[in-house]
Design a protein around this ligand. Structure first.
Ligand code: ADP
Length: 271
């Protein structure tokens, strides 16, 4: 109908037009999740899961109840980061998340697979269905923050996450190569199109510090300042390639890592 705004509540016409339907799915009835934050990236391998895990640890250290929904179904790395090798359990009310040493609740497809090396060879809609199930069927209980480690890119799976889970904000993770900077704009535009506020950008693998002379080297060049400025969002932190991070992940001690790399990102989430 011409001139239709799509808002039937302010319209006198009796056309029985349909208001646009929200695709947002409710979470389970036993869950009370106050804030949902997506951690996104335009491509894989930039450290999105690493940043998600560090944000969760810092939020938990501040006393918040935190969960991580690992929606990166084809590249799930959250359980490994926290040294969790158990399988998910369930009871009559739903699927129970694993709980890390510092009390962070996590759910990942890796907790469902026969072993952690099994590949997930599923088509997009099945993967998206698994993410929705994690949102709805997992007994998250009371959470101040649920961080979603989103699938990388801008394809149908990240789209489903954006459409079906009510995200309060998104943190974009990038690495400083030019190409990735272009890709980061795609992630930004996708969030914008879905009306999800972008809290800012975290630049990972920004530099490396020489263990002998202490000098910093920007091996990939940098460039996130320019991108952040162009997009009008804050640059929330720069994280170096830190060999201690990988060592602690390998030793299952990641939660003991003390860092201030992501202080501003945490503040942007809790403000
Ligand atoms: P993504 O989730 O974007 O695919 P990951 O978080 O899984 O990327 O990171 C890819 C690999 O790089 C992992 O092995 C991770 O431990 C490592 N990594 C990520 N960020 C850093 C960093 N700042 N310093 C050292 N290793 C890192």
């Amino acid at each position: 109908m011409s001139g239709c705004s799509g808002n039937c509540s302010s319209c006198s016409s009796n056309c029985k037009g349909k208001e646009p339907e929200s695709l947002i799915e409710p979470t389970g009835e036993y869950n009370n999740i106050k804030h949902v934050i997506g951690v996104v990236s335009g491509k894989g391998g930039v450290g999105k899961s690493m940043v998600t895990s560090m944000l969760a640890i810092e939020l938990a250290l501040k006393g918040f109840k935190v969960g991580i929904l690992d929606a990166d179904i084809t590249g799930p790395s959250i359980p490994k980061t926290f040294g969790i090798n158990t399988r998910a359990m369930q009871n009559e009310i739903g699927i129970l998340p694993a709980v890390t040493k510092t009390g962070i609740k996590i759910m990942s497809i890796n907790l469902m697979l026969p072993d952690h090396e099994s590949p997930v060879i599923w088509r997009g809609p099945v993967i998206a269905g698994a993410v929705k199930q994690f949102w709805h069927d997992v007994v998250w209980g009371e959470l101040d923050y649920l961080l979603i480690d989103c699938p990388p890119g801008t394809g149908d799976v990240p789209l489903t996450v954006f459409q079906s889970i009510p995200l309060d904000g998104a943190v974009i993770v990038t690495s400083p190569q030019d190409l990735v900077s272009m890709i980061v704009k795609k992630a930004y535009n996708m969030a914008k199109m879905m009306d999800i506020p972008v809290l800012g950008i975290v630049e990972n693998m920004s530099y490396v510090v020489c263990p002998d002379c202490g000098k910093s080297f920007n091996i990939f060049g940098g460039g996130s300042e320019t991108v952040a400025e162009e997009l009008g969002v804050p640059l929330l932190g720069k994280m170096p390639i830190d060999i201690n991070l990988t060592k602690m992940v390998d030793n299952g001690e990641f939660e003991r890592f003390e860092t201030s790399y992501l202080k501003d990102a945490v503040n942007a989430i809790i403000k």
